[in-house]
Design a protein around this ligand. Structure first.
Ligand code: SF4
Length: 391
């Protein structure tokens, strides 16, 4: 460590006090947060932290309230079916989180009599709980000292310590810096203070250093390079995958859906049947053998584009009608009740393209900004679904 960085680490206690004083004055009021009171219920901390992984606070608020209303305790959540949980999660993206949420709730409710473990090590043995979430629950929910490191904290540490090497290679070093500054007192409040500083002041672009409690210590600010940190690794282009979706409508207006496999992308969610998603384009003749039934399939003009965390997807859509009584595998969904099904945003886009904004179940404005537009499988997905009037 350079002498300047060593001096920062040595100032840990003062920096911690400054940060906590700032938090007491400026910390956000959030539905899952208890400011100035006892530790919040670990169930609420866990639920909010799982929802917030890869997602914004704004996108999570309504989901969090809905979950707590439906399932006020971990035992209530464990008693719900996976289908119910997935349906209520639909739109938040990264659906493995919802499956792990349900598995974790069942473990805590039925194997541990409803009590979350307190230590990071034990918490990490639960489904879906990694290093960050374990540290957050241990510190916020139980008041144990733990080093909570997410993207916000990495950014703050890169700037405080003027670390110019790019992530991900420097990630461990940024965690070491965070550990060096984590105080012994009020660890939960300190963790939340850093989360708020990252959201409100030390923002990715144009940090508001004049409002920062660490403004006189920050090495990145002193060097005039804070806004350029953390350094970015060269961007790798995401590949494009392509597929064909088959929208089959029955005489009574119901639409064929099927369940995706339990594991993998969008695991256990519902979908419009489709071909595999691959890099090569499909032509119609090649795609038709993958259709759920023989029918007069006609192409729908346009294309659905959707971005997942590691690839872009382009789906063309074929549409057909079939008679009641047709024997196909899947579920015939009432288009007026699509909210009952765990349909990810990409599938809502497919239905919107096939039927138009007024044609999907969730009302006349369903997905008016969906169709061939792009969005991602994370916070943007939540936004898309919310705008579509489904939550
Ligand atoms: S002084 Fe500026 S760059 Fe440094 S931690 Fe504070 S807001 Fe971030």
């Amino acid at each position: 460590m350079t002498p300047e960085r060593r001096a920062l680490a040595d100032a840990r206690d003062r920096l911690g006090r400054d940060m906590l004083a700032w938090y007491d004055r400026n910390g956000r009021d959030l539905p899952w947060r208890v400011k100035g009171g006892p530790h919040p219920d670990p169930y609420r901390v866990w639920l909010s932290e799982v929802m917030l992984q890869q997602t914004t606070v704004a996108a999570v608020r309504d989901y969090y309230r809905t979950f707590l209303t439906l399932w006020p305790t971990v035992t209530d959540l464990a008693s719900a079916s996976l289908d119910e949980v997935l349906a209520r999660w639909a739109g938040l993206g990264y659906y493995a989180r919802a499956r792990n949420l349900h598995a974790c709730a069942r473990h805590v409710a039925f194997e541990r009599a409803g009590a979350f473990p307190e230590t990071e090590a034990e918490l990490r043995t639960l489904p879906g709980i990694g290093a960050y979430t374990a540290a957050a629950i241990a510190s916020i929910g139980f008041g144990h000292r733990a080093v909570v490191v997410d993207g916000n904290v990495e950014r703050i540490m890169a700037r405080m310590f003027a670390e110019t090497r790019p992530r991900p290679g420097v990630r461990k070093t940024l965690g070491d810096y965070a550990a060096a500054l984590t105080p012994d007192g009020r660890p939960g409040d300190y963790a939340q203070a850093l989360m708020d500083l990252g959201s409100l002041v030390c923002t990715p672009r144009s940090p508001r250093c004049a409002e920062c409690p660490w403004t006189h210590d920050c090495l990145g600010k002193k060097a005039g390079i804070a806004a350029d940190l953390p350094a970015k690794a060269p961007k790798v282009d995401k590949p494009v995958r392509r597929g064909v979706a088959f929208v089959l409508e029955r005489d009574d207006g119901r639409i064929l859906l099927r369940r995706r496999p339990e594991s993998g992308l969008l695991g256990a969610m519902m979908e419009v049947p489709s071909t595999d998603w691959r890099s090569d384009a499909w032509d119609t003749a090649e795609a038709l053998p993958h259709a759920p039934t023989l029918a007069a399939w006609t192409p729908v003009p346009g294309c659905v584009r959707h971005t997942f965390s590691h690839f872009h997807l382009e789906l063309s859509v074929l549409r057909a009608r079939t008679a009641s009584g047709t024997n196909v595998e899947g579920t015939w969904a009432d288009p007026a009740r699509l909210d009952d099904h765990a349909l990810p945003a990409v599938m809502l886009k497919v239905l919107t393209l096939a039927f138009g904004p007024a044609g999907t179940a969730s009302g006349g404005d369903a997905g008016s900004d969906l169709g061939s537009s792009s969005s991602s499988d994370s916070a943007t997905e939540a936004g898309s679904r919310a705008r579509a009037g489904t939550h």
